[in-house]
Design a protein around this ligand. Sequence first.
Ligand code: HEM
Length: 206
Amino acid sequence: MVRTGPPHTPPPRPVAVVAGVVLAGGVLVSGGLAGGALRGFLDRMAGVVALVALSVAVMLGLATALRGLLPPRARTAAQHLHRAFGVLGVGFLLLHIGVKVAGGRVAATAAALGWGSGDALVGLGTLACYLFLLAVATGVWRGVFATRRWIRPFRILHGASYAGWLTAVIHGLTAGRTPATWVVAAYALCLTATAAALVHRRLRRR
Ligand code: HEM
């Protein structure tokens, strides 16, 4: 049966969307304008914080969908944390892009297009960024998809974050400094556990 009632979560009002876009632009520009020690910190750490936060956001999002695994209250808490880590991750991602462009590490057009920097591993960062933005947009308009007819398209579009995460991990571990072995091992473990949980969920649905 197709659900015809109002969506669970109302879509954001246009003023909230405009405010969000202006805020995101402000964060991106602040990354570029930062100076001194803050600039050094953002240059070294903004991408790292973005990757850790978005990794946690993706895994928490999956945990909320595993109905048998967590009791309803824990799933609600996971849902809140999923959104909080998503916002934190996207914020640091914008700072990361701003500081790398301002530092001349990549041109603004190459950062936007994912092409032209002469480094395909940097281009992967742009691809990851767009996949995460797609996940954010579908998350913000989640209520619009809250009918049986639209839940499948929602899962596919919001699930772009899995591809975004994998791409971001490859970018993050290869585009900059050489990571420590334990860092590579930790990401490999998280990706493997997530892939196993996705397979488990698919088999259970069948
Ligand atoms: C438009 C999108 C992106 C651009 C233009 C970009 C640019 C760059 C560049 C130029 C580097 C090399 C740093 C250096 O050698 O100084 C780098 C590294 C890195 N990026 Fe990105 N990136 C983007 C997206 C992402 C995303 C989506 C993530 C993770 C969520 C991420 C996380 C990292 C990490 C962890 C590093 C290694 C640490 C570092 O050197 O800063 N980046 N990025």
